[in-house]
Ligand binder design. Structure first.
Ligand SMILES: [Zn+2]
Length: 148
C-alpha cells in the first residue's frame, strides 16, 4: 500500500480553496503561522489527504481510476495533526463519506465566514459607507438613499 501523492498544483489549489484553514470542523486551525517576530518566516502545516485511499486500505474505492485518485476532488485539506489523526490505522476510523462531508461543510463555512465585505448586500454597503462619512470630521449630515 503506497500513499497517494498529489501534485504540487493540486496541493496549492486545495490550500487556496480551503483558505489555509483545516477542514476538520472540530479543528479549523489556520495552517500558517509566523515564526517568532521574523516577518519573513512562516511555518506551514497544511496537508492534502486522500479521501479515498490506496489499494489495500479501508478507504479504497475499487471503481476509481488512478487519475481520479490523484485529482483534487479526492483530496481534503487538513492540518498536519488532523492528517495524522485521520490516517491512523490506515484511515479506518475516518471513512471517505465523513471526509467528503467535512470538505463540503468547509466549503460552506469559508463562503459564510470569510470575505464577507465582498459579498455584502448593496443596502448594507450604503449604510456602512454612510457610517464612515458620519465618522469623518468634515461631514454635517448624511442622506441614505431609500430603496423602492
Ligand atoms: Zn486540523
Amino acid at each position: 500500500m503506497t500513499a497517494i501523492e498529489f501534485s504540487k498544483s493540486v496541493k496549492s489549489t486545495l490550500a487556496h480553496r480551503a483558505a489555509y484553514v483545516c477542514a476538520n470542523p472540530d479543528c479549523r486551525c489556520l495552517t500558517l503561522s509566523l515564526v517568532g517576530d521574523d516577518a519573513e518566516r512562516v511555518s506551514y502545516r497544511g496537508r492534502a489527504v486522500a479521501i479515498c485511499g490506496p489499494e489495500g486500505g479501508p478507504r479504497y474505492l475499487a471503481g476509481m481510476s488512478s487519475n481520479q485518485r490523484k485529482a483534487i476532488d479526492n483530496a481534503i485539506f487538513l492540518c498536519s495533526k488532523c492528517a495524522e489523526l485521520t490516517s491512523r490505522n490506515k484511515g479506518a476510523h475516518y471513512p471517505a463519506e465523513l471526509l467528503r462531508e467535512w470538505k463540503e461543510q468547509h466549503k460552506r463555512w469559508v463562503r459564510a465566514n470569510l470575505n464577507l465585505r465582498q459579498e455584502e448586500p448593496a443596502p448594507l454597503r450604503l449604510v456602512r459607507a454612510a457610517a464612515l462619512r458620519i465618522d469623518g470630521p468634515a461631514t454635517a449630515s448624511v442622506r441614505i438613499k431609500q430603496r423602492g
